[in-house]
Design a protein around this ligand. Structure first.
Ligand code: IVH
Length: 669
């Protein structure tokens, strides 16, 4: 190719990739396979690397982040970023509508929209190119977070169609719930404090210095307003429709996410619909915004210093109830972590009876200033377990003592420790604390670990009490007689348990590694370790540097692995397990390939040619990854018969590629 051909090819590739990105992320309607997309992207990357003079600043290759912002510059908003007047009462919405109606020469048309619970952003475009993205700040000036905003896939870097030369678009950046929950699952595995809610986390994420971390987290953005000198629209609804045509993610009227109407009844119908349905959205909203549609009417109505008169927000009441704290109890986990639990006077919240709420750790108790028998407010946000929001101090009983975090293990009485920088207190009696030992055995036999059936927590407790098991290796010495003699144990169940223990010797190394219960080594980390370090001897011998050189293994995990294998007791137990025939080595299948490397799959339904289990094995054998639930990171949903409708809807929503069993088999053939 000569120079001009190369330039042309770069332009062609950029335009085509931009359109595919738009179809995938904004429309959730992919128009090309991931494989072909990656192929085009690679071609563009190579051409740009060889000919940097033709590389565009907004090229589709520049989406993964990597730029670091040391300090976010302050920027004065060209149009002040006002807020909305809020109301929790439907009567006030009626009053507002009546007032607007009276002030208007003609019957006003309203637009009802969702009030996205995220962070406001103003993004300036010039000649169709993203120039600058600024947070709301104090409304007059905000912070320049352009580098981070550029990594959000639904925000176009280059517009298409008939856009104005210069304008600003405003919208809300938010954390989709699947991505937020995934982030918290990771925190949980690491034993760290969880992020409190998607909104604050979205806001924190936007201010991260490393934009590649922002890119990974998967923020999203809906647009709700266009500002500029020449806007080529007469009304808000028109502007939003236009913005959709330029490539922005805008609310979908066919899903009732936005509607135009003229009467208060229609406004109320919209409000009530979403008050009921908001739990089914893949992101959080905290209310409904009602706007006068016509720009001239908006101008006539004007704004106060703080908020426009032409719009109002109806806020949903957070589902919150008040109840009494009966007592705080403490749970000991298998790693020795102590979790305080609030035992509450049972109360109905969002349709379920709540008796307990997590208090997380000592800092949380102190922050709430929790006293014994306090009356507390409990809230349920999204899919997160109920939590205590605050104490009703007016109802505090005179002379009530503050809740004091325990100093000794509630199970073995050992003095608790709390290391600097850690959120949790720990019981350090790893080898002697009965609760920890039993919890470790329960973890060992759990489905995702050694998958041993027939031994519930009560049986484990009995076996332990009778001195038949002291650690998980002892399970392999149990006889039919040992089990059948336990209380309430029938022949059949005892047989099953023994059979299941024997069968567990075939469980692959990665699951055995997970079963060992090394702190911070969850299912995912165990898989990564097994894949890279291959066998237990190498893992025991691995030093800190070797470990942190493995992808996704950080300091904390590495230290924990080293600590685990430093223990003579642990090494002895592993030696015995090896003797009993458990797999401590990664078996590489002969027909393995890396055809599906870096691809994440979800399978759903039943299949004709292969079983679900075989399908999963095929995915892993070829380098792919299986996950149970669909998220923005899922590449393919392999759909069988009788697939769950929820999975299908979610995949369609997120634009995950749905393939049949045959299509999958063709991919690896
Ligand atoms: S319109 C001048 N529409 O709510 C009013 N705001 O207090 C401009 N928000 O800071 C805002 N969803 O971040 C508008 N559909 C929506 C919205 C919305 C969420 C946020 C926005 C603003 C706050 C208002």
């Amino acid at each position: 190719m000569n120079k001009s051909e190369i330039k042309e090819r770069i332009e062609q590739l950029s335009t085509s990739l931009r359109q595919h990105n738009y179809n995938y992320y904004v429309l959730s309607a992919p128009s090309i396979s991931d494989f072909d997309f990656d192929h085009l992207l690679k071609e563009l990357e190579q051409l740009e690397a060889a000919h940097p003079e033709f590389a565009e600043e907004n090229s589709p290759t520049k989406r993964v982040g990597g730029d670091i912002t040391k300090k976010f510059d302050t920027v004065v908003h060209e149009y002040p970023m006002l807020s909305l007047s809020n109301s929790y009462s439907q009567e006030e919405i009626v009053e507002w509508e009546t007032r607007i109606h009276k002030l208007s020469a003609t019957t006003p048309t309203y637009v009802c929209e969702l009030k996205y619970d995220g962070v406001a952003i103003g993004i300036r475009y010039e000649n169709g190119k993203l120039k600058q993205a600024v947070t709301r700040g104090d409304g007059t000036k905000g912070e320049d977070v352009t580098t981070n905003v550029r990594t959000i896939k639904t925000i176009p870097l280059q517009l298409k169609g008939n856009f104005p030369e210069k304008f600003e678009i405003r919208g809300e950046i938010f954390f989709p719930l699947t991505n937020f929950n995934r982030l918290n699952e990771l925190k949980e595995e690491l034993g760290e404090d969880l992020y409190a809610n998607p909104r604050n986390t979205a806001s924190g994420t936007l201010k991260l210095q490393n934009s590649s971390v922002v890119a990974e987290r998967g923020l999203d953005c809906y647009l709700y307003g266009v500002y500029g000198e020449s806007l080529v629209a007469q009304s808000h609804s028109q502007a939003v429709t236009n913005a959709g045509r330029w490539g922005f993610k805008t609310p979908d009227p066919t899903k009732n996410m936005i509607t135009t109407c003229t009467t208060i009844d229609e406004i109320m119908t919209f409000i009530n619909y979403w008050d009921k349905e908001r739990g089914n959205l893949p992101f959080e909203i905290d209310g409904i915004v009602i706007k006068v549609d016509n720009y001239i009417q908006q101008d006539d109505l004007g704004s106060t210093a703080k908020s426009p008169r032409w719009a109002i927000a109806y806020k949903f009441k957070a589902e919150r109830v008040e109840t009494t704290l009966n007592e705080v109890t403490y749970q000991v986990g298998r790693t020795g972590a102590i979790t305080p639990v609030a035992n509450l006077e049972p109360v109905l919240l969002a349709g379920t009876k709540v008796k307990r709420a997590s208090l997380h750790n000592a800092d949380q108790i102190a922050k709430l200033d929790l006293h014994e028998h306090d009356s507390v407010y409990v809230e349920k946000g999204g899919e997160i377990i109920p939590k205590i929001i605050a104490v009703n101090f007016d109802k505090r009983q005179q002379g009530a003592d503050p809740v004091e975090f325990i100093e000794n293990c509630p199970e073995c009485n050992t003095e608790l420790v709390r290391k600097e920088g850690e959120a949790h207190h720990y019981c350090p009696n790893f080898v002697g604390c009965a609760t920890q030992i039993k919890a470790r055995i329960e973890h060992f036999i759990s489905r995702k670990a050694m998958d041993i059936d027939g031994l519930g927590p009560e049986t484990i407790d009995l076996l332990f009490k009778q001195g038949l098991i002291e650690n998980y290796a002892d399970l392999y010495l149990l006889t039919f007689q040992d089990i059948v003699e336990l209380e309430r144990m029938a022949d059949k169940s005892a047989n099953n348990a023994i059979k299941s223990i024997t069968e567990s010797k075939n469980i692959p190394f990665e699951s055995v590694l997970f079963a060992l219960g090394i702190r911070y080594v969850g299912e995912t980390v165990a898989k990564i370790l097994a894949k890279h370090i291959k066998n237990i001897e190498a893992l025991i011998a691995a030093d800190f540097d070797t470990l942190i050189n493995v992808e996704e293994i950080g300091d904390k995990i590495a230290q924990s692995i080293i600590l685990f294998f430093e223990s003579q007791t642990n090494r002895e137990i592993i030696g015995r397990l090896k003797e009993y025939g458990l797999s401590f080595e990664m078996i590489v299948a002969e027909d393995a390939s890396d055809l599906l490397i870096d691809k994440t799959f979800v399978i759903s339904g039943v299949f004709e040619k292969v079983s679900r289990k075989e399908l999963k094995e095929l995915i892993e054998k070829n380098g792919g990854k299986n996950t149970g639930s669909i998220s923005a990171k899922t590449n393919y949903l392999v759909a069988g018969e009788k697939m769950g409708p929820a999975k299908l809807a979610k995949a369609t929503d997120l634009g995950v590629k749905i393939i049949s069993e045959d299509e999958f088999l063709a991919m690896i053939s």
